[in-house]
Structure formats: structure tokens, C-alpha cells
Design a protein around this ligand. Sequence first.
Ligand SMILES: NC(=O)c1ccc[n+]([C@@H]2O[C@H](COP(=O)([O-])OP(=O)(O)OC[C@H]3O[C@@H](n4cnc5c(N)ncnc54)[C@H](OP(=O)(O)O)[C@@H]3O)[C@@H](O)[C@H]2O)c1
Length: 276
Amino acid sequence: MPYLGMGTWLMGGRDTRDPADDGRASVEALTRGLNAGYRHIDTAEMYAGGFSEEIVGEAVAGFKRESLFLTSKVWKTHLHYDDVLRAAEDSLRRLRTDYLDLYLIHQVNEDVPIRETMRAMNRLVDEKIIRWIGVSNFAVERFEQAQGWADSKVAVNQVHYNLQVREVEKSGLLEYCQTHDVMLTAWRPLQKGMLAEEPPRCLMEVAQRYSLSPYQTALSWLTSQKNVVTITKAADPDHLLENMQATEVELASDALEYLRAEYPGQTDRSEAVPLR
Ligand SMILES: NC(=O)c1ccc[n+]([C@@H]2O[C@H](COP(=O)([O-])OP(=O)(O)OC[C@H]3O[C@@H](n4cnc5c(N)ncnc54)[C@H](OP(=O)(O)O)[C@@H]3O)[C@@H](O)[C@H]2O)c1
């Protein structure tokens, strides 16, 4: 998986389409990113009520499909067997593709047995509609249950992780992924506003040591860790280019551990989507 991908949350709306947003600016931002070398785009059927996927479909139309890594997610209200199959077909249509590189269960729904959902995911793999199965916002125990019903490796868990939000560390999920060779994709790596004020001294020290910006350092802190990749959303083309350079640098373990210990304002639980 690419170390850094482009996120699409808020492109075209929130959980429904925003009629005031025609998607042009987002198509342009994604196209710029692809021209600059990004290969992974992360989207979901829930984003903008499917319109985000249409935006991605338009952005990728001129690129060779096999050069891209496309991730989408099935929403938690579509986890019954037939619903998963239908949701995947709808995503393919909106994305103008005939397969997904990665398909994630977006969030836990305790009302639908995980066995039933995984049966549908297995079929999607068999029919080559998806290459890899993944989940999102799953705690270790539930991840293991999902893997237990999967015929192939559950390759990814996409979770809220950044210098401030450390639930994956405290809960043991990061160590689990590293031990079992599961990729942990960190969403919201820049934790809105985290760096808007003056960046903390520890971050500036590491940034200076590696000649990185504070934003690049926050991203590199993630991607320098074993089995961790990330996705960030940037509408601003300068941000896209700046972020891309972050993954060219690998922080040494002393810098990683220094930031792990010293970064201020850490929390043990995601305020947005806690692990379940
Ligand atoms: N699985 C899940 O449950 C889940 C949940 C949330 C998000 N996600 C995925 O993860 C992706 C990333 O998370 P996110 O969009 O919430 O947050 P994020 O990527 O951490 O932050 C996005 C914000 O950071 C700004 N930014 C990016 N690079 C910057 C830079 N170099 N300098 C200054 N500002 C910069 C962007 O501004 P500009 O737009 O102005 O460039 C935007 O306002 C989402 O888009 C989505 O695909 C998944």
C-alpha cells in the first residue's frame, strides 16, 4: 500500500450531497495529486451520499487503473449479505471501475452478525470485485472475529491515529497490527487544528533535525512506524505537494519515541469514532 493517500471526506458534502458544491474543485485537487504522484485515494459510499465516489471516478478517469490503489467503504447500514454486494456494485459504478483494491467495513454495527458481512466480503474477493478485505474502527477482539470468518487476510484496519489521539496505542491495536502484519491506516493524521496554533516545541525540534515542516513531521511520525500508512485530505495543492515529501523521510526510533512521549495534549480515546 502507498505510505500516503488522498482522503475525500467533505468532498462534495458531508453525509449527503451539498447542492452548493458541484465537485469541480475536488476533482481538480485529486487530479493534481495524481499528476504529482499520489496513487492511493480513500473514499466511501457514505461520503456526500455517494457523490465523493463520483468525484473520484471523474478524477481517475484519465489514469491507468492498474497504476492506482482505490479504497472504498461499505456503510454500517449496508452490512447484511445482499446489501454488501449491492453497495459494492454501486461504488464500482460511481467510481467508474470494475474492481476495488481495498474494501472496508466503515464502522461496526452490532445488529448484523460479522459472519454474515464477511460471507459477502469473501464472495466479492472470489468474484474479483475487490482485491483485499479491510475494516475500519475495529478494536482487536472484533478484528479477530472478522478475520475468523474471512477466507483471505483482513489486510487493513483504518483508524483514528495521530500525535494527539493515541487510542490505537493504549488499546494494543497498533502492536497487534505490527505483530500480525496487518496494515494500520491512520485517518485524520493532522487532527484538525492540531497545528493551527504555534506547533509544540518537541515537534519543531524534530522538524528542524530532518528539515521538514511541522505538518510533514506529523505525517512522517506515522509512516515511519512499522505497518502504519496514512491518508490526508488536502484541497490546497501546496498542501498536497508538501505532504507528499513527508514520506520520503524516515524518522529514527529516538525521534519517534521522543514525540510519542512528549507531544502535548494526548488522549486515549477518539472523540470522533472510538474503537469498538
Ligand atoms: N474510516 C473512518 O472512519 C474515517 C473517518 C474520518 C476520515 N477518514 C478518511 O481520512 C481522511 C483524512 O482525514 P481528515 O480529512 O478528517 O483529516 P486530515 O487529513 O487530518 O486533515 C485535513 C485538514 O488538514 C489540512 N491540511 C492538510 N495538509 C496540510 C498542510 N500541509 N498544511 C496545512 N494544512 C493542511 C487540510 O486543509 P486543505 O483542505 O485546505 O488543504 C484540511 O483542512 C478523510 O478525508 C477520509 O478519507 C476516515
